[in-house]
Design a protein. Structure first.
Length: 197
């Protein structure tokens, strides 16, 4: 309502969220924070990533938290796959949003921005949007696993995630994102390309 706010990711007392503070009135409240990983390695990946972030912003009640854009080597992809662009964003979900409703919107966004149905595991794609975490919620269904089952093992997820939520502890983990990142082998090639907007 016209007030100046600051947001930052926090984790305490078993909660993952974002604290929103009204700087002028000193009030604060808590909201759930969602993390989405973006990846692309077909077509104009840079433009696709920028457009995906613009559309993700519409799904958030607050401005997106954005990592830098990273150029990464393909991991577990078919031979000859081009390098990827990767990033992670944090958003505050709208009222009544659930992991399932958000996943459906992410899948629709992928399709609208050129993703084709998967034929081969880890094949090249115009856009990949992975729901990494939705607050502390967990899921284990055919459609959705939360947190993302391999996020804690992937440098191309943890490196950008550590830029926006270094102290985050994903559900089922005991270490922060920064600690998990430090323990990963250095076998993935990554180059920081700076902000994407």
């Amino acid at each position: 309502m016209g007030c100046k706010t600051e947001t930052w990711p926090v984790r305490h007392a078993g909660c993952v969220g974002v604290e929103v503070k009204d700087v002028e009135k000193g009030r604060s409240c808590r909201s759930e924070l969602v993390f989405v990983a973006l990846g692309a390695n077909l077509g104009d990946s840079n433009s696709t990533m920028i457009e995906a972030a613009r559309q993700l912003e519409k799904l958030s009640d607050k401005p997106l938290l954005r990592s830098f854009l990273w150029r990464t080597s393909p991991v577990d992809c078919p031979a000859g796959s081009p390098s990827f662009l990767n990033a992670v964003v944090g958003l505050v979900p709208r009222a009544r949003e659930t992991p399932e409703t958000l996943l459906a919107q992410l899948q629709a966004m992928e399709k609208a921005l050129g993703r084709k149905p998967k034929k081969i595991l880890n094949e090249s794609r115009a856009l990949d949007l992975d729901l990494i975490a939705f607050g502390n919620q967990t899921r284990a269904t055919m459609e959705l696993t939360l947190p993302h089952p391999r996020a804690h093992l992937r440098r191309f997820v943890l490196q950008p995630l550590s830029q926006i939520a270094p102290e985050l502890i994903l559900p089922h983990q005991t270490k922060t994102v920064s600690q998990l990142l430090e323990e990963l082998p250095q076998d993935e090639q990554m180059a920081n390309l700076g902000l994407f907007e």
